[in-house]
Write a protein that binds this ligand. Structure first.
Ligand code: NAD
Length: 269
């Protein structure tokens, strides 16, 4: 089995990555960053997001495993002191995986006929840098509303616990094949009106944002931020591609949500 180890720049991540490397070499695994079968990330959710984008063209053949050096993350199931157990699981690997939905983003520009496509694991957010963002929001090519505000964000189910949650979105179980649209500081008064609540869009539907004002937009895709001149339209839909995680262990999704956001309950009698 070919394994890629992806670390971040922190000393803990580098140290744990090195320790894992030694253990895998002792067990005769092939360590390579090129065409791996399994990508093991050592760090947090950000490290996994980074690795996802590095291997986004190999999603059919790559499975991911996340080791975290801090708190339990949403994409990281293993603690840094569990390396021996992880190596054992890799040795006993049966190629089983669990997969999660991804968001497909298609970008159109006013000065070009070409479109660009990309994938997000957490979300895509469009913001206007200069003025209030004005966008026609289409659902399945039917005009739904005219949005005015700071921006609009569309997340995957696994991204629903990230930026989407801070925007007031619902937490979606990753088995739900849907995307979620969230407003960023919408203007709602007697003149301007948008729904004002998060919307969950089904797998066979898509969202199109036709941008109406200015040409200085910022596009956030997961941890990447890109300035976009002449961006005119953004189409967002659940992708046919999915990310696969090696299913050596299963952390119950709602337990993970509880651990991350609530913690131990203190009962009051
Ligand atoms: P980062 O890597 O510093 O991550 C910010 C926090 O988001 C970290 O605590 C990370 O563990 C957490 N996170 C990432 N993905 C998550 C997920 N799917 N569920 C729950 N928590 C998750 O920040 P960055 O590099 O700027 O961006 C990475 C991600 O961070 C973005 O995709 C976005 O979702 C999120 N983010 C959130 C906010 C916010 O909540 N206001 C702001 C910026 C970025």
């Amino acid at each position: 089995m070919k394994i890629a180890i992806v670390t971040n720049e922190s000393p803990e991540s580098t140290k744990v990555g090195e320790a894992l490397k030694q253990k895998l070499i002792e067990e005769a695994f092939i360590l390579t960053l090129t065409n791996p079968d399994v990508v093991v990330t050592v760090g947090g959710d950000g490290t996994l997001l980074n690795a996802f984008h590095s291997y986004v063209d190999q999603l059919e053949s790559v499975r991911f495993v996340g080791v975290h050096t801090g708190h339990l993350g949403f994409y990281t199931d293993w603690r840094d002191y569990e390396l021996d157990e992880l190596v054992k699981s890799l040795k006993e690997d049966t190629s089983e995986s669990v997969s999660y939905p991804l968001l497909e983003i298609e970008l159109s520009y006013s000065d070009s006929d070409e479109t660009k496509k990309c994938l997000a694991l957490n979300e895509a957010t469009v913001k206007n840098l200069d003025k209030t963002m004005v966008a026609e929001v289409y659902i399945k090519d039917e005009l739904f509303e005219m949005f005015r505000g700071d921006g609009l964000s569309v997340s995957t189910p696994t991204g629903s616990t990230a930026y989407s949650k801070s925007l007031g979105g619902a937490v979606l179980h990753p088995r739900v094949n849907a995307i979620q649209l969230n407003e960023v500081a919408s203007i709602n008064n007697r003149v301007y009106r948008s729904l004002g609540s998060p919307m969950i869009i089904a797998q066979d539907e898509w969202i199109r944002l036709d941008l109406k004002r200015g040409d200085n937009y910022q596009l956030h895709i997961d941890h990447f931020v890109m300035n976009q001149e002449n961006l005119s339209s953004v189409r967002l839909q659940l992708s046919e591609k999915r990310i696969q995680f090696a299913s050596y262990r299963h952390t119950h999704f709602w337990r993970r949500v509880n651990d991350a956001f609530i913690g131990e309950l203190r009962r009051k009698d």
